[in-house]
Write a protein that binds this ligand. Structure first.
Ligand code: SAM
Length: 199
């Protein structure tokens, strides 16, 4: 990430989330999607979460017996998680815009090879690996937000992501877009969920 403009945005964003977790978000109940994933995912496989925030989902997965390796851009959130983490959960600062960070966390979870500079999701994953994704899709952009418009949301076009995943060698096992899946206070966001498996 050599572009100084991108670097500045990520730095501002990290500061934003540090403040957010210090004062504004204390929910410890796991997300609906996390509970769904906990039922479906085999406990023999490590669980890696990117953007784990205050760790509500990762901590829950740890209580369910998964070995958890999670990361977030917010150093403050990670420092707090480290104070309370159970023995089967590891937390680290991880910026998903940096391929080497993502690769390092995946490598740590596999207890395998060293991080590679040539990361892409196809290299980091192996045949049979499963990705569970939940995110706000482009339909959500127009809706009112509990934390305002400056809350660093990225709205993803699901059809494009599906095309990309298939091109990268993943089979889509489950895909849904709608409301009623991640209600938060007065918000009922449009989210998409994808479960896909590496061929
Ligand atoms: C909407 S919060 C969701 C947190 C958590 N998954 C949850 O459901 O409670 C988005 C999270 O993504 C993290 N984040 C934003 N940009 C990131 C990046 N480039 N790399 C890693 N995490 C990032 C933020 O720090 C924040 O914790």
């Amino acid at each position: 990430m050599s572009d100084p403009t991108v670097k500045k945005v990520v730095t501002n964003e990290a500061n934003y989330w540090d403040t957010f977790y210090a004062h504004k978000f204390t929910v410890s109940v796991p997300s609906q999607f996390c509970c769904l994933s906990a039922i479906e995912a085999p406990k023999t496989r490590p669980f890696v979460e990117f953007g784990c925030g205050n760790g509500r989902d990762s901590m829950y997965m740890a209580t369910q017996g998964f070995r958890v390796y999670s990361g977030d851009l917010s150093g403050a959130a990670v420092a707090n998680l480290k104070k309370n983490s159970p023995s089967n959960a590891t937390f680290s600062v991880c910026d998903v815009s940096k391929p080497e960070h993502v690769q390092a966390l995946v490598d740590q979870a596999r207890a395998g090879a060293n991080a590679s500079d040539n990361f892409n999701i196809t290299i980091a994953t192996k045949s049979g690996d499963t990705l569970y994704m939940e995110y706000r899709c482009s339909l959500d952009e127009a809706l009112e937000k509990e934390h305002g418009k400056g809350h660093y949301r990225r709205y993803v076009e699901t059809a494009k992501l599906v095309d990309l995943l298939e091109t990268l060698g993943f089979s889509i096992k489950y895909e849904i877009t709608g409301q009623g899946m991640a209600k938060y206070k007065a918000e009922d966001p449009f989210v998409s969920r994808i479960i896909c498996e590496r061929n």
